[in-house]
Design a protein around this ligand. Structure first.
Ligand code: IMP
Length: 180
């Protein structure tokens, strides 16, 4: 495992969360989900791009009958009266009456999570819960509950295991933090 200081583009990052600690926290999330969704057939909805590694490792420890799908939140400028418009792309199946579990890489301000929730609610699912690998409580500005959290971290910029800096670093198997 690479546990050295690394440089990505113009910034330096130091090792922060080991692969071992990540995997242990993911197992813990899977145990909770397995217990909570026994007898249900949930739909795991991975939010691309950042969640791909967490999604894969989490699902390997989920022992429920379940479906998986991926979405992407695209944001574009609307007209001057509507402001920023958010569109969910990739969801081809109906979520009506389903138990949906949103799988995110990190919850920071909570804007993404709240928008996703808003859009998905229109599809009349039975329930929507959120599972995130990382959560920054100091940065969180919403009061929406976050149901499953891998690890809480302070308000710092992290990289690796799906998370990027300017599109790079997603392939690292552990988490690094900006070296300031
Ligand atoms: P939120 O909408 O502010 O909660 O931000 C969520 C999104 O911002 C995540 O899905 C990430 O793509 C990105 N993000 C937030 N914090 C970090 C970080 O520390 N490193 C890399 N990406 C981050």
């Amino acid at each position: 495992m690479d546990m050295e200081i690394i440089t990505v583009k113009d910034k330096s990052f130091k090792p922060y969360i080991s692969e071992e600690d990540l995997q242990a926290s993911i197992k813990n999330v899977a145990i909770q989900i397995n217990a909570d969704y026994k007898g249900s057939e949930p739909l795991f909805l991975g939010v691309l791009n950042g969640s791909f590694m967490f999604f894969a490792d989490l699902l390997k420890s989920v022992d429920l009958e379940c479906k998986v799908s991926f979405v992407k939140l695209a944001s574009y400028e609307g007209t001057s009266t509507t402001g920023k418009v958010n569109e969910l792309i990739g969801l081809s199946e109906s979520i009506e009456g389903r138990d949906v579990i949103i799988v995110e890489d990190i919850v920071d301000t909570g804007n993404t999570l709240v928008k996703l929730h808003e859009i998905l609610s229109k599809g009349n699912p039975k329930s929507i819960k959120i599972a995130t690998l990382l959560y920054k409580p100091e940065a969180y500005k919403k009061d929406h509950p976050i149901d499953y959290v891998g690890l809480e971290i302070p308000n710092a910029f992290v990289l690796g295991y799906g998370l990027d800096y300017d599109g790079l670093g997603r392939n690292l198997s552990s988490i690094y933090v900006l070296n300031e």
